[in-house]
Design a protein around this ligand. Sequence first.
Ligand code: GDP
Ligand code: MG
Length: 191
Amino acid sequence: MSARVNMRPANKNTLLKVVILGDGGVGKSCLMNRFVSNHFDEHSFHTIGVEFLNKDIEIDNENYTLQIWDTAGQERFKTLRTPFYRGSDICMLTYAIDDKSSFRNMNMWKNEFLYYADIKENTYFPFIVVGNKSDVLVEEREVSQLELETWCNENGIASCIETSAKSASNVQEAFKMAVQHWLRAEIRADR
Ligand code: GDP
Ligand code: MG
């Protein structure tokens, strides 16, 4: 008997916890809704009471379940609960391209995440930076693509992308890029 044995594990599914952080109003909930249900509602507010939503994606023939954590508006108080951050695999730092102060606050969000998620010093953690609302008029833009790339270079972050939850531009790509970044990360955070 000489049946060929396939050594690859069948239907392996990797669960990844993704937290979306950034100032209130930058479009975090809209990005999550666009990604999970391909829907945009101009007047929808944050998902009160919902801590996370799951979405399955396939990348290079591997299956992933992204467990996406969105704040229910607590970002207005600046500090979130520690359990929200703990065990994260990926952190999506988000600002709006028509809101310079949301861009400046990314530093604060990044530091808060590293502190409360208990990421050890000198450990590489896969952040992805997302500049949302790329659909706004040119004259409304307050942050250039060059500023985004410069900030990422200065902060050792390899992945960044501009998105629009409104027009759906680059939203799937942003989450895919986040997973690919996680895959490339050599050292992963302790859980
Ligand atoms: P959050 O507080 O970060 O969760 O932000 P929301 O998702 O609640 O969005 C805040 C506001 O920005 C809402 O009025 C949305 O309609 C609007 N918004 C979200 N994403 C976009 C986008 O890609 N483009 C534009 N023009 N507006 C957006
Ligand atoms: Mg929200």
